[in-house]
Design a protein around this ligand. Structure first.
Ligand SMILES: [Zn+2]
Length: 487
């Protein structure tokens, strides 16, 4: 039978299929605000979130910085948050007195500001400054506050957020040229917009932005993939990013981290789509750090196309089933050792040109078929290319690389070699009769690394050849057809 014949010269290695989740490059308890490109982290972020967030403080306008007074602070559109680590939470974050600072910048002494009240309604007097807050401004002042643990919103919580009134009300011209009734507080400027719907009749002035300048437009990374505009399951791709003035580009394709290298034309990373990744859209997330420290991020959907890989029913010979059952521990250790190699990153591309076939012989199994063993639904697939020939047939390196793992006789893989070709591209050679290289050794394209055999869980003399990009195995034939990442 044809199927039986093929099985005879094929891999029966059961490899666990895992989707590798790349390292999260965003630190924990940190949030990037893509509108302005700045990140807010730690206690300042906690405080920002716990006390009203965007409507109260606005967006970050700069990174957290250390001022002349040694305090760490971060400027937001409507305020400045300062860290006072000597205090216990929630008093370890305090608001800058931007109302006061703004008046001072305009050379206005608050004590000589008019004391008029243009808004009618209930008033409250603040003895320390001798000013009143009245009507809708008082309602607003009392409706918001820092969360200091009091029930509802207490006087001291509102005071901590806005401070005391420094002026009476007066009509001023806002940035858009409109006449607006305003009142200055220590930490805020209240603005009355009677034509707005509730609850927008009272708005807070953007004091942070007025003091430190409006946020600049943020350029977005332009992302495309090569050589095709979609990626087939189990195939290799290049992710190319164009962004001016970037010092670093990071990203991921689906859940797998991409490592970008700067080239003459932009930034490039090798990527791959797992053979079992469902067809449909997958996101390429790209984050670039600009020279001024801002971070710009974008998510680009790309289509994953069905590889149309066949389903293979494989009946494991009793000897193999037995060997698996009897060698659980050794198998687990072998798999862990091999898997630990894939994430290693060498920041150099060792290969040049298309690769050469590592062995002569007959292709007995292509990359990609889903495999059902002994009738159990398929959860794995064939992660390499099988080339069958006589025991002892030479096996050569398909491209320049460094030997990073050898084993004379692994339980599943038999005689094993793994080569590192740089940029997180590795190749694996299983079931060898003889391993002819040593760890750390460099080999050139075409240089012999071993001899074909049927060691490990194999049912006939053949080479199982695997190509990995990071943790993801890909179809090796694509690497024979073209040079990946050629300039
Ligand atoms: Zn194989």
């Amino acid at each position: 039978m044809a199927l039986g014949q093929r099985k005879l010269r094929s891999c029966v290695v059961l490899l666990i299929v895992t989707l590798f989740v790349g390292p999260l490059y965003a630190e924990t308890n940190s949030r990037l605000f893509p509108e302005t490109g700045w990140r807010v982290a730690g206690r300042i972020l906690d405080f920002w979130q716990a006390n009203g967030g965007l409507p109260v403080f606005g967006l970050p306008l700069a990174p957290a910085m250390v001022g002349d007074d040694g305090l760490t602070y971060q400027q937001f559109e409507r305020n400045r948050l300062e860290l006072h680590p000597e205090n216990a939470a929630p008093y370890d974050v305090q608001l800058g007195r931007l109302g006061d600072a703004m008046l001072e910048q305009q050379e206005r002494d608050w004590q000589y500001e008019p004391d008029e009240q243009l808004l009618s309604g209930l008033c409250e007097e603040f003895a320390n400054t001798g000013r009143q807050i009245c009507g809708p401004f008082l309602d607003y002042w009392r409706s918001y506050g820092l969360e200091l643990g009091d029930e509802g919103i207490s006087y001291r919580e509102s005071l901590a957020l806005f401070g005391m009134p420094l002026t009476g009300t007066q009509t001023e011209t806002d940035a858009a040229g409109n006449a607006v009734v305003v009142q200055w507080m220590e930490r805020a400027r209240f603005e009355y917009h009677p034509d707005n719907p509730v609850p927008y009749k009272v708005l807070l002035g953007r004091l942070g932005a007025e003091l430190s300048g409006e946020p600049q437009g943020l350029p977005l990374p332009a992302v495309r993939i090569l050589p095709d505009t979609a990626i087939v399951q189990g195939h290799t791709t290049i992710v190319e990013v164009a962004i001016a003035d970037a010092t670093e580009v990071r990203g991921r394709l689906g859940d797998v981290a991409l490592t970008f290298m700067q080239t003459a034309t932009g930034w490039r990373a090798l990527g791959a789509v797992h053979a079992l990744q469902p067809p449909g859209a997958v996101g390429i997330v790209v984050e670039a750090t600009l020279v001024d420290g801002r971070v710009t991020a974008t998510t680009t959907p790309v289509q994953v196309l069905d590889g149309n890989y066949p389903l293979e029913q494989i009946n494991l010979p009793p000897a193999v089933t037995e060997s698996i059952a009897n060698n659980q521990e050794a198998l687990a250790e072998e798999n862990a050792t091999v898997r630990a190699v894939w994430p290693n990153f060498t920041p150099e591309k060792y290969w040049q040109g298309p690769w050469v076939m590592p062995s002569e012989g007959r292709i007995t199994s292509l990359y990609g078929p889903r495999r059902s063993y002994n009738g159990v639904p398929a959860t794995s697939f064939h992660e390499g290319l099988d080339i069958a020939n006589a025991v002892g047939t030479p096996i050569v390196a398909p491209a320049r690389g460094r030997v990073v793992l050898t084993a004379d006789n692994y339980v599943a893989r038999g005689g094993t070699v793994i080569l590192d070709h740089g940029l997180r591209v590795h190749t694996g050679y299983w079931h060898m009769e003889e391993v002819l290289v040593e760890n750390g050794q460099f080999v050139e394209a075409g240089e012999m690394i071993g001899r074909m055999g049927s060691r490990g869980m194999s049912t006939g003399s053949h080479l199982h050849w695997e190509v990995r990009i990071g943790p993801t195995s890909v179809d090796p034939t694509e690497w024979l057809e073209r040079e990946w990442l050629s300039e």
